[in-house]
Design a protein around this ligand. Structure first.
Ligand code: G3D
Ligand code: MG
Length: 184
């Protein structure tokens, strides 16, 4: 099958400020253009990647831009997504607590629940004294999501500032989508 046929829409979801846009920018590199979809307050960019078995795919990466009007977003943003990066901020417990709300919103707006990469971002800030979300909590949330939605969920911690694990997060999602596709 040609690469043109392997275009997958993926969505970046999670609370405002957790680093969704930064993750995408890091992944894309500096030179990318986005298309802004005014009516739903979202934008997307396309990035090609090669999976481990050599399969060429293209990701159409959707990201909520600014403050969306939620009703319209529900209709247009999630539709047809084949994978999701669900992001929280390891320095803000509330963003971790809100992960199930985002998963539920995703489920309500897709015909088939897609595989998820759960991303604990901003690990460069998890230094010194403080209350942080630890990897154990990430793993607990991963298990919860997998059990509740019966889809593969992978957990990873990243830093959009240093670039740590950014490529791996997106490539894991690609592998999961391709596996789902083979099983379908
Ligand atoms: P969002 O798209 O989820 O709303 P953004 O989040 O990507 O706009 O990021 C929100 C703020 O967090 C930005 O700072 C951004 O630079 C910062 N940020 C994102 N990821 C990381 C990270 O991994 N580490 C650190 N230290 N900061 C990060 P500003 O100051 O521009 O609001
Ligand atoms: Mg953003």
């Amino acid at each position: 099958m040609s690469a043109a046929n392997l275009l997958f829409k993926i969505v970046l979801i999670g609370d405002g400020g957790v680093g969704k846009t930064s993750l995408r920018r890091r992944f894309m590199g500096e030179a990318f253009t986005t298309k802004y979809i005014e009516t739903i307050g979202a934008d997307f960019a396309v990035k090609e990647l090669t999976a481990s078995n050599g399969t060429q795919i293209r990701f159409q990466i959707w990201d909520l831009a600014g403050q969306p009007r939620f009703r319209a977003v529900r209709e247009g943003f999630y539709k047809g997504s084949r994978g999701a990066l669900l992001v929280y901020d390891v320095t803000k417990g509330e963003t971790y607590n809100n992960v199930p709300i985002w998963a539920e919103e995703l489920r309500k707006n897709v015909a088939v629940m897609p595989p998820i990469v759960l991303v604990g971002n901003k690990i460069d800030l998890r230094v010194g004294e403080g209350v942080y979300v630890t990897p154990d909590y990430g793993e607990m949330m991963r298990e919860y999501l997998e059990r509740r939605y019966e889809v593969p969920v992978y957990f990873i911690e990243t830093s959009a500032k240093t670039g740590e694990n950014i490529q791996k997060a997106f490539y894991m999602l690609a592998e999961m989508i391709l596996t789902q596709r083979r099983l379908a």
